[in-house]
Design a protein around this ligand. Sequence first.
Ligand SMILES: [Mg+2]
Length: 211
Amino acid sequence: MLALFDLDGTLADRHAGQLAWAVEFAADHGLDPAEVDWLMAADGNGMVSKEEYFGLVRERYGLAASFDELWVQYRDRQPTLVPAYDGMLDGLKQLRAAGWRIGVVTNGYEDVQTLTLTSSGIAEHVDGWAISAAENIRKPDVGLFEIAAARAGSALGGGWMVGDSQADIVGGRAAGLRTAWVHHGREWPAGVGGPDHVVAAAADAVRLILR
Ligand SMILES: [Mg+2]
């Protein structure tokens, strides 16, 4: 019995962490607090590459620090500000108590995702994880799900995938998993094979899995 979860926007509240980082960055650089809005918008929910993001940040604020310096500071700090969603650690605890093996399957940088997992406390409540940059393979490729399953010590058969992106659901379906999509107020796009369940939060998916 395997339950796989995405990390950002599913187990971990990346938005809250990014906001905390932006507030701190603005204060550290003596920026107008209103710049937090710009720092958040330019991040594109993490979908903008950090090369592009910090290029824009350096240009806008005329920073002397190099991209490499800003990037090192960011990846040492931002992941430590990303919390698990309310009730999520308890949910993982309940799943494990019921005999489920738990894996995390995430697209992202190896050091950033690993530090997010450990500092949020999520790492100690799961059995293994697969990070795209470490494996050179990205969701929705089924290969990343297979690696996560193996690390969690379980086969994919009869398992679940919970995530907030299309890649989570498309990949989860392709891997033969039951799927739950965290909607964050969005509609599932027409014409794309949809999830088995639509939930407001991953903690709601835990209740479905345990049902
Ligand atoms: Mg996500």
